[in-house]
Design a protein around this ligand. Sequence first.
Ligand code: FES
Length: 347
Amino acid sequence: MTIDDTGLQSPDAATRRASGQVHRTGYDEATLAGLTADAAQVVARYPQQRSALLPLLHLVQSVDGYVSPRGIAFCAQTLGLTTAEVSAVATFYSQYKRHPNGDFTVGVCINTLCAVMGGDAIWEELVEHLGIGHDETTPDGAVTLERIECNAACDYAPVVMVNWEFFDDQTPQSATALVDRLRTGGTVRPTRGADEVVPFRAMSRVLAGFPDGRADEGPAAGEATLRGLRLARERGWTAPAFGDEGATAGQGEGSQQQDRHQDRHQDQHQDQHQDRGGADGEAAARAGGQLPTGAPRNDAERPVTTPADASPATQERAEHVEATTRVDESGTQGGTGTGAGAAGEDR
Ligand code: FES
């Protein structure tokens, strides 16, 4: 140790802490050995070891129940990072807890759709019932309550998550019964996913990359999610093709129909463009699907270009737009008001 010009002590070069090298982790020998072996497996999955930080933070949570100071030191030591670098990542993501977490993280979605469908009411009920607020834990250590943002389960709003398992279509009453069951140790089954919710530490180990063999349990998607797929199959809708696929995608008769429809559509718009003598350049460009880059347009103006456009609903809409356009051009009916009629008279 040396004394610098300011009179403060500073470490000698030989004892200065190198990045990630001399952090004391504070784990007992057996725990440290287990963590080290698990971390080696995780790190081996990445071309750069620092990329393993996120799963290692989950691994720490699987042991300590949160991202503890000793866990941060362990990650830094394992990955050759500073504890500041590890902390910076751990504090960025809400899945990493900075103080001891309950056995079950109960997250109430209060994002827009869930909120208006009852999420706000569920939140208020649980706050009242449990006597805790956001990121707080019940005295028995069973439940940590959180407000959460959209979990991409809006079709089942309002949604509650328990350790990131889905509980769909909740009400204040069902959510209250849910947390009571969690606190009394009863088996709790999510609406979708695994057959049973596992405690926070067990879930954290899965998130660290150590599967518990339950990934294929339970339904992965419910009726609300699958409804669109079912309708698409019933009606013969297909996804748009990409690039050259469009020319070769085997759509059989549907594809030929689409081609014929597209040709007819383009011919009609070409005729309209010629009739107008180019006077209304932008409108003609819209009709031909050749808008200048960045110009606004809506779905009804988009030309038929993909198999999905050949759906009955899209064809019906396109035909409606064409019919409206013909009526507008005759000047007998102003589909968009008197302005459109006046434009027809001008032509
Ligand atoms: S708004 Fe709640 S899951 Fe999307």
